[in-house]
Design a protein around this ligand. Structure first.
Ligand SMILES: O=C(O)CCC(=O)C(=O)O
Ligand SMILES: [Fe+2]
Length: 454
């Protein structure tokens, strides 16, 4: 899907002060990041666990209310400026992270406190993330076993909470492991989570009407010919279709993703061999992708991703047609396909963000050169809680534009916007339509599907 910049993101001064306080080794990162420029594409660096990975978020977690940033359409959203004095209450954690190993420990494993949705958790997460700028939360997770790396991190809210005693034991284990200089040939971060993450909170029945029926019915009922005034061209090649996915279709998408997602090839928390994990759960359709191996691990029959459901592809093509109608209407020409090429998806990356989920600014640039060269669009469906989505020319949060993606929205970016930096700064709690949650049983959080053509 995407590679992005490793060292070229900018640390805020607050990040830098905290980094300096907590880890001598962090200074290396600070100096390299402050001297770097925002050139569009840089070589990836994966050898050092001190380096920052693709998708590491540049955003402080959402706790404070001091800084506002313009977002469109009209809503103003807190961009998560935080109060350091409200930071981590866990002395246990601080003891473990104040030492000189702090940064390496944190980048090597993460624990997440899964008492969802509480202010306390958000406050305690502040220092954790400020320390290394990547990912680290205190709390319990599922101890992974399929790979040789001891995995303590899980964004699986269903993971049971463990006592602080057991955190300590696990942390020691990882510390020893790291200090032993152990190196495994297979440190694939994939599938350390067993069983797969369930995006729904209880088992759901499928309706009589399948998503195929609904999509076809919508296609033939004529209402798709109109271009809603809510839809917007955000930049050349970038279109936001508000409310494009009806309630029923959203429910069906959730159910379909849930069914696929609890199977062995389903949702897991992706990450790097050495380093941080993404703050989301992910499943691939059509073709596998992960942040470490990109699209390269697709030969193994066991790891074959499920096919993209036909109804999903129909929706994508319909969304692009709608975007064309909007572009033509706004430009007064019939040039839309040149500005936003048509695309038939063969990959879908499904992300589930819990309330604390996020995704750093990145480019989607692991698809083929041909696909990227033609500007074949990324088509993104949002379902569940709203997201504060940032986008811009550079991997720079300060300069990025923001837009709120709500349940049912479809965002398309192709043509000259194809290589735009983008990311999810935060999930807006309790913003999902209640009817969707009731009917689909989707967990608190946001489901996102990004369709691409390899
Ligand atoms: O969740 C989103 O809106 C964006 C996801 C994304 O950028 C990706 O999966 O590459
Ligand atoms: Fe992306």
């Amino acid at each position: 899907m995407m590679k992005s910049l490793y060292h070229s993101f900018s640390l805020t001064s607050r990040h830098q002060i905290l980094l300096r306080m907590y880890s001598p080794s962090a200074r290396k990162i600070m100096s390299s990041s402050s001297s770097s420029t925002h050139s569009p594409i840089r070589k990836t660096q994966t050898t050092s666990f001190e380096s920052l990975n693709d998708y590491d978020e540049q955003f402080p977690p959402l706790t404070g209310r001091s800084k506002k940033k313009k977002v469109s359409p009209t809503s103003e959203v807190d961009l998560g400026s935080t109060n350091p004095s409200s930071a981590c209450k866990s002395s246990q954690f601080q003891n473990w992270t104040r030492g000189k190993d702090a940064l390496s420990l944190q980048t090597n494993f993460g624990c997440k406190n899964r008492d969802q949705g509480t202010r306390r958790r958000r406050a305690s997460r502040f220092i954790d993330e400020e320390v290394n700028g990547t990912t680290f939360d205190v709390g319990a997770g599922t101890a992974g076993s399929r790979t040789s790396v001891v995995e303590l991190d899980s964004t699986n809210p269903s993971s049971p909470s463990k006592s602080s005693q057991s955190h300590n034991l696990k942390i020691r284990k990882v510390k020893n492991h790291r200090n032993s200089g152990f190196k495994s040939r297979d440190q694939s971060p994939k599938r350390t989570q067993d069983p797969p993450f369930d995006i729904c909170s209880s088992v759901i029945e499928r309706n009589d009407t399948s998503i195929n029926d609904r999509v076809l019915a919508d296609e033939t009922n004529g209402e798709n010919d109109e271009v809603s005034n809510k839809h917007r061209v955000l930049r050349p090649g970038m279109v936001l279709l508000k409310d494009f996915l009806t309630h029923d279709i959203q429910v069906d998408i959730v159910k379909t993703c849930r069914e696929l997602g609890v199977k062995p090839a389903g949702f897991y928390q992706p990450g790097y061999r050495v380093g941080s994990k993404l703050h989301l759960q992910m499943m691939c359709l059509g073709r596998n992708w992960d942040p470490q191996t990109k699209y390269s691990k697709n030969t193994d029959i066991d790891s074959k991703a499920p096919d993209i459901p036909v109804a999903f592809s129909v929706l994508v093509e319909e969304a692009i047609r709608k975007a064309h109608a909007l572009i033509d209407r706004e430009s007064g020409t019939e040039d839309a396909e040149r500005i936003l090429p048509v695309m038939s998806p063969d990959i879908c990356i499904v992300n589930f963000y819990s309330e604390s989920g996020r995704l750093g600014l990145h480019q989607d640039r692991d698809e083929s050169q041909e696909s990227i060269g033609k500007g074949l669009p990324i088509v993104s469906f949002s379902i569940g809680d709203s997201a504060e989505f940032l986008y811009g020319e550079k991997r720079d949060v300060e300069e990025a534009e923001g837009v709120i993606l709500e349940s049912g929205d479809v965002l398309i970016f192709g043509g000259e916007s194809r290589m735009m930096f983008h990311g999810v700064k935060s999930i807006i709690p309790n913003s999902a339509p209640m009817s969707l949650l009731n009917e689909s049983k989707l967990r608190t959080g946001r489901l996102n599907l990004t369709f691409r053509h390899f």
